[in-house]
Design a protein around this ligand. Sequence first.
Ligand code: ADP
Ligand code: MG
Length: 506
Amino acid sequence: MFTIKGKSGDWEIVIGLETHIEVLSNSKIFSGASANYNPTIAPNTQVSFVDAAMPGMLPVLNDYCVDQAIKFGLGINAEISHLSCFARKQYFYPDLPQGYQISQPADQPPVVGRGWVEIIGDDGNPKKILIERAHLEQDAGKLKHDMHPTKSFADYNRTGVTLLEIVTFLDVKNPENNSYISSPDEAERYLRQIREIARALGVSKANMEEGSMRADVNVSVRRAGSNTFNERCEIKNMVSFKFIKTAIEYEARRQIEILESGGTIERNTMRYNQGDGTTSVLRSKEDALDYRYFPDPDLLPLEITDERIERIRRTMPELPAATRARYIEKYGLSEYDAARLTETTDISKWFDTAIGDKPTRAKPIANWMISELFAHPENYDIENQKSGIVDGMRIITPSDLSELVDMISANEINGKQAKEIFIKMLDGENGSPKEIADKFGMKQMTDTGAIEKIIDDVLSQNTPQVEQYKSGKVGLFGFFVGNVMRATDGKANPGVVNEILKKKLG
Ligand code: ADP
Ligand code: MG
């Protein structure tokens, strides 16, 4: 369990995340206007009368967005509600012309009910993070305050774009249930998992830098081993993994200090200050917003049939958790390796492509990827699977790696030579591993007769060591192997060398 040291003992952090992801769809949630806003599109060119809240305009629910929500719900192992509804959440701010946001109220079933995702916990073991709900709602527009000295401008292109808000669950009635996020790192891993699932399903780009994923972060602290939850604060609108981690840590320490000096935590809404990594009060409990939800009379309750859920279930691709399980079961990879290779779907696709139809390649390729390739992120293009030379860098492809490991297993080259070929590729050498091996005359020596002759030479040149070995200094074995390898320019098959040496030394 992650803890923070206070003056009077250790403290645990309790974290609840409300994550908004922007749902991929051609049109907005309640209007036919394009949902594809971006900085290159002129302001207010993708705004329908519904988005502009013209009197008498009626919202019509976009079925595709509902399908997307169902798909995501299935991806997080959630119950899908057969009946849910939309309500107006009062919100008087110029970036939403309606004066209210259409959302799904917190006290009624949302489209996606209770679910869970699995992350790697701080102890290195898989950990379930429970999810309370995910609901559909509208996004607001964008205000621009920097275009005129005395005027503000509003761009409504984003107004009415579909959001799915995913809320983690805290089992308050059952405080021993630790299926919640309990450290800054786990918060990041949870968000990455949500992002992965959303991307794998095509539900959202879930990109924090582009604003298609944002999170409100609830933080409370409690004494290590305690089994009650304390009051929390909510840090609003976070858009970077790094800032989320610093904000959680700062906020937890702030609360610990207050509690240790005998104070109490008020349920405040906090802002994160990027400049110095601190949090400060945005509004206090007294000015908490009263949303005065009321059912939207313009929208029918949302009914979802089992047939619809099943139809969507049948289109689901393999999700990262299932891919991980497949790597462990089918290829015998460790939990750690499987997790590294499923960090993104692009990585697992790369890995799967490299394995092709030869499962025996899986382990060596996993090793090469994790210990070599990942150390040179500029030398592979997991996302676009480019190949050749890009921006002056040699791009290593899945087939480069499979060829390399095949050459090792066919005894054409040894591990040391493979490493040399790999380094040559990193250094910009063009051509396949086979071509590079040919060009530089890297061929493994497997001719036992020739190797035996070299071994005989090495042994006769080192008679004192041979004596020492025979009288018990077995640690010298490596010395002989090293000399033989040097004598063959590193080309000998180490297996063959070991075998013959053992025989000769008795
Ligand atoms: P609100 O209605 O104020 O948004 P919710 O009950 O919906 O609050 O909870 C919002 C998030 O805060 C959820 O993810 C929930 O798990 C989390 N949360 C609730 N209580 C605590 C607590 N004591 N410490 C940390 N997080 C909490
Ligand atoms: Mg909330």
